[in-house]
Design a protein around this ligand. Structure first.
Ligand code: ZN
Length: 453
């Protein structure tokens, strides 16, 4: 019989179930890695193998991060890339990233996942698209298994270098047949299609301006022959639109459709400049969007029309994006910025705190094509984040602790449970020695910044 876990006496449990119930004095009973019961503390079993007293806590479904480049944690606030738009930012960073190695990928993934988990995130995707000096996606998959995070590892790629009219320097692009072969190897080695899977592989050429049309089409065929998802960057800013018009004589959405990159098994990062026809087509086909408000603001890409997308029926999740274009990767913070940025663009009623929280949970689950995460209800994976309310940032907001999570200063978790396992306790990661990881991370980051000069 699997081990049982009881969380009880919660100030409020935010279920994200069909009725969006928020249960005061709530409890959750978990068996193994699956939630068995959710309800008032008085209605649930009174004991279990492990009992967590959640008095004074808000308990939410673990947040889902749908877009990241974890290796970029090594290259935060690089001076030459602090103040440019996307293409300028990228061309300043590509030469630095060309010095990445396998240990850097592993350690930066541990660092980035630590930051995410402490901010309430329990499932993340990561889009690794640069593989110099023997780096492999396996390096980040191993890190995810070590820390215990639910992981959608996206095998990114770049194949069109500057000499062929692309943006990246030739030294960081790969051969297209080698990309497809390695992607297939990763799917066959790691992809778990089952419910409650901790590891999934995603096929993810980096962007229309760094791979060929052939690779986009072959990637889609490969993904569909294995039943895995597709992910890339799309319509991020006006230069991105101009490139698409000039190269393909199409909008990014038309190009995606032409390459077979639409459907419930596809999600695109950013889509800041997605036009109305694109929004309608995404809604009709169930194509998902990873909204990354901090990155969009940092690179001055614009305000993605998220209210319009959600109203049209487009699946939308949130993404912190890489740590070189959102130098703080806090999932609750991202939900807060999503709410605030929609208001800047479209008025004070464009997004509520609860809607932002829904994008960060159910929205992310849908975008990743999963029905087993994003809500606290029977049969769902036991991914649970608990926030303590007795901290200064929540003072005066306890009459609505759920809204407080999004409106107030982003808090870190007190307890995090992923796949039924307690990964954070008393605000401390239990699976890795974080200070040791950070020390090594900072040594490697210094080496990278120095090598680039
Ligand atoms: Zn990105």
């Amino acid at each position: 019989m699997s081990k049982t876990l009881l969380i009880k006496n919660a100030r409020v449990v935010v279920t994200m179930d069909e009725q969006r119930r928020e249960i005061n004095d709530g409890a959750i009973f978990v068996r193994g890695n699956v939630i068995e019961q959710v309800g008032p503390t008085s209605a649930l079993p009174q004991t279990a193998d492990e009992v967590i007293n959640a008095a004074g806590h808000v308990v939410i479904p673990g947040l889902v991060n749908t877009h990241h480049h974890m290796y970029q944690s090594l290259t935060r606030v690089i001076p030459a890339a602090q103040n440019g738009e996307l293409f300028n930012w990228l061309t300043n960073l590509y030469p630095i990233w060309s010095n990445l190695d396998a240990e850097m990928v592993h350690v930066s993934t541990l660092t980035a996942m630590s930051e995410l988990i402490l901010s309430g995130c329990t499932t993340s995707s990561d889009h690794l698209y640069i593989y110099p000096n023997g780096c492999k996606l396996d390096d980040s998959i191993e890190a995810a298994a070590k820390i215990g995070m639910r992981f959608h590892a996206a095998r990114g790629s770049m194949s069109v270098g500057q000499s062929k009219g692309g943006l990246p320097p030739d030294c960081v692009v790969e051969d297209e047949q080698a990309i497809l072969k390695d992607t297939q190897r990763l799917i066959e080695t790691y992809h778990d299609a089952g419910r409650h899977a901790m590891q999934r592989i995603v096929v993810a050429p980096c962007s229309p301006f760094s791979v060929s049309r052939d690779l986009m089409k072959e990637a889609a065929a490969l993904a569909r022959s294995h039943g895995v998802s597709l992910h890339t960057h799309l319509a991020e800013n006006l230069n991105d639109i101009a490139y698409s018009r000039e190269k393909f004589n199409m909008t990014p959405a038309e190009y995606a459709e032409d390459c077979g990159w639409v459907g419930h098994d596809v999600w695109h990062a950013h889509c800041v400049q997605l036009d109305d026809a694109g929004i309608y087509m995404f809604a009709k086909t169930g194509t998902g969007v990873a909204h990354c408000p901090c990155s969009n603001m940092r690179l001055a890409s614009g305000i993605a029309p998220i209210r319009k997308m959600v109203d049209a029926g487009v699946p939308v999740g949130l993404g912190v994006d890489g740590s070189a274009s959102n130098d703080g990767a806090h999932m609750l913070g991202e939900a807060r910025q999503a709410m605030l940025l929609q208001r800047v663009g479209f008025g004070p009623d464009a997004m509520t705190a609860r809607q932002a929280l829904e994008l960060a949970t159910l929205g992310g689950a849908k975008v990743l094509n999963r029905d087993d995460i994003g809500a606290l209800k029977p049969g769902m994976s036991a991914d649970i984040a608990m926030f303590k309310l007795d901290q200064v940032g929540f003072a005066g907001a306890l009459h609505d602790p759920v809204a407080a999570l999004v409106f107030c200063t982003p808090a870190n978790v007190d307890v995090s449970i992923i796949n039924g396992k307690v990964v954070v306790k008393d605000g401390m990661l239990q699976t890795i020695d974080l200070p040791l990881v950070l020390e090594r991370h900072n040594q490697l980051a210094a080496r990278l910044a120095h090598a680039s000069r």
